[in-house]
Design a protein around this ligand. Structure first.
Ligand code: PLP
Length: 394
């Protein structure tokens, strides 16, 4: 090979690919060991105890750092464990500015747990620099953004927020779960920390719970490394292997998720029982241009509002191919009802202010054939219409 940097598709497929001289294994083995023999007093192989550093997890962590263009990666036992580890950078009295339309679990962590340790948060539309400025206090330490947000798919201009944050000495933390490094790399746009629920697109098969943190800069990497080891919410060797196996096909899956989501969003937008579709991949979405500028593609998640809340229950009951289940980012299509599921911990007034109401459904479009997904939605919408309105088939 020349020393030209490989394209991301090749780097993904080759995660953990080693030139192992003894067996010639083409993928990296699972090292279950929790303890590592020291050659002599004062010497180490680089591995001492598995919470601190473990071979299979290290390969994953290096790949994550490299894919996100960061300096260090840390694999955690879940996305929430990754967020908790990052939030432990802050101390009593510190204040955070956080995206308004936020993952429910992150909101719960901030409001029910970190608040007890004196860490406070303000929830703002992070694409509104005036709102950011108005919520900034002397004790503000960081801006935490999700873009696009889930479930309303609001897009934030990452570099604008990073530029503003740097001016005021704030860290910018981006939850990049919905796009993955295949489509969006926030550290290249000026962010300091990227967090993933790797349970979603990176794992990709609804079968491994994991989180990742990637940091930029030696000092921050060292601080997060200290917290990762000290808190101990680290990923196991088998789950590290499982996650890497999923990541090898990330490029193929993301392309298919994107094209399927566009096909389904376009279908639903024209449907008479659908009032609104929220998808940045549609040209009239308010965040479409920013999204195209800062990312090389679109997520496979979108939300839509039906015209009548009474349709929701029969739709969820009638879907056959698409599963009614929480989570997102896997090869299997899943439909969720955010108001009572993923976002139930967010108070009703905040939820409704951003638009997460009882007519909103979130769709994580899998990699099935788009025509089969359209057919399933069509029959479920029709079944719901007949139930609610009685009367004849259309
Ligand atoms: C799922 C999710 C999380 C939490 O991750 P877990 O792996 O479920 O702990 C955090 N942020 C976003 C955007 C998510 O979708």
């Amino acid at each position: 090979m020349t020393d030209k940097k490989l394209r991301i598709e090749s780097r993904l497929a080759q995660i953990g690919s080693i030139h192992e001289p003894v067996t010639g294994s083409v993928n990296y083995p699972i090292y279950q060991a929790t303890a590592f023999r020291h050659p002599r007093l004062g010497q180490s192989t680089g591995f001492d105890y598995a919470r601190t550093k473990s071979p299979t997890r290290s390969v994953l962590e290096q790949a994550a750092a490299e894919l996100e263009s960061g300096d260090a990666g840390f694999a955690c036992s879940s996305g929430m464990a990754a967020l908790q580890t990052v939030f432990t950078l802050f101390s009593s009295g510190d204040h955070l500015i956080v995206s308004l339309d936020l993952y429910g679990g992150t909101y719960r962590l901030l409001e029910r747990i970190l608040s007890r340790y004196g860490i406070t948060a303000s929830y703002v539309d992070t694409n509104d620099l005036d709102a950011l400025e108005a919520s900034r206090r002397p004790e503000t330490k960081a801006v935490v953004i999700e873009t696009p947000t889930n479930p309303l798919m609001m897009v934030t201009d990452i570099s604008a927020v990073c530029t503003w944050g740097k001016k005021h000495g704030l860290l910018t933390i981006v939850d990049n779960t919905l796009l993955s490094p295949y489509f969006q790399r926030p550290l290249e746009l000026g962010a300091d920390i990227v967090v993933h629920s790797a349970t979603k697109y990176l794992g990709g098969h609804n079968d491994v719970l994991a989180g990742l943190i990637v940091t930029k800069g030696a000092k921050l990497s060292e601080e997060v490394g200290f917290l990762h080891n000290s808190i101990g919410a680290v990923l196991s060797p088998t789950d590290s292997y499982q996650l890497m196996k999923g990541m090898k096909t990330l490029a193929l899956r993301m392309e298919r998720h994107q094209s399927n989501a566009l096909a389904l969003a376009s279908y639903l937008r024209e449907h008479p029982q659908v009032a609104e579709v929220f998808y940045p991949g549609l040209p009239d979405h308010p965040g479409h241009d920013i999204q195209n500028r800062q990312s090389s593609g679109n997520t496979g998640i979108f939300s839509f509002k039906v015209t009548d809340a009474r349709y929701v229950e029969p739709i969820l009951r009638s879907l056959e191919l698409i599963a009614f289940a929480e989570s997102l980012g896997g090869v299997e299509s899943l439909m969720t009802y955010p108001a009572i599921q993923t976002h139930a911990d967010i108070p009703a007034e905040i939820r409704e202010a951003v638009g997460v109401d009882d007519r909103l459904l979130r769709f994580s479009v899998g990699i099935e054939h788009p025509d089969d997904l359209i057919a399933d939605l069509a029959q479920a919408l029709e079944a719901a219409r007949l139930e609610v309105e009685g009367g004849q088939s259309r």
